[in-house]
Design a protein around this ligand. Structure first.
Ligand code: GRF
Length: 206
């Protein structure tokens, strides 16, 4: 079967992007990373992608002012140019409108540094430490209009250790992110995960 054509959307350092690029090098991997798109021209992940010989594009949201719709149409047009079939959000720090999410319904993944549904939104490690949880982790989910919601495709736990700081906890979680994102993309690309209705019970765990 032909490999699925994937774009990774980033805003920053791109370590999850790099993990996906690395995983996709395996001959039996069902997806190829053909494009990396950033909304920030200075995102360090862009040069990492270029070093890996992956095409890059910048759709700078600041050039579109407050107009989210024209920004998203420009982004969507770039994805169309590269005949993208699946999209992975990897530290992409823009909220997407229901229009764009709808266009990519069932074909767009996001990674979030918490055990969803706990700690949606930002500063997950600080909030986990403040809450005193014993376990924390990372989640890959299909994107739906509601932020950090959507059916969970992969999730992995890490312990919260005595003396952990935001940094040590983030580093432990990041290791799991790099394991579960390639696994989740594989499942989606192989058709082992499908969004069948808007009902969030349609969930399949790896
Ligand atoms: C990761 O922690 C990811 O879960 C979150 O943003 C961070 C991106 O890191 N959504 P990187 O750019 O992949 O290194």
């Amino acid at each position: 079967m032909a490999k699925k054509r994937v774009a990774v959307l980033i805003s920053g350092r791109g370590s999850n992007m790099a993990a996906l690029i690395e995983a996709a090098k395996a001959p039996d991997y069902p997806a190829e990373i053909v494009l990396v798109v950033s909304n920030r021209p200075q995102a360090p992940g862009l040069s990492r992608a270029r070093d890996a010989d992956i095409a890059t594009a910048v759709v700078d949201h600041t050039l579109f002012g407050e107009n989210r719709e024209t920004f998203e149409r420009a982004l969507d047009a770039v994805l169309a140019t590269y005949r993208i079939e699946l999209v992975c959000l990897a530290g992409f720090m823009r909220r997407l409108s229901p229009w764009l999410v709808g266009r990519w319904r069932g074909r767009m993944l996001n990674i979030h540094p918490s055990l969803l549904p706990q700690f949606k939104g930002l500063d997950t490690h600080r909030r986990a430490l403040e809450a005193g949880v014993k376990e924390h982790g990372a989640t890959v989910h299909l994107v739906v209009p509601e932020l950090d919601s959507g059916p969970i495709i992969a999730q992995e736990r890490v312990p919260v250790l005595a003396g952990d700081t935001e940094q040590t906890l983030a580093a432990r979680v990041l290791e799991t992110e790099h394991r579960i994102y390639p696994r989740a993309l594989r499942a989606l690309a192989e058709g082992r995960v499908r969004l069948e209705s808007s009902d969030q019970q349609d969930m399949q765990r790896l």
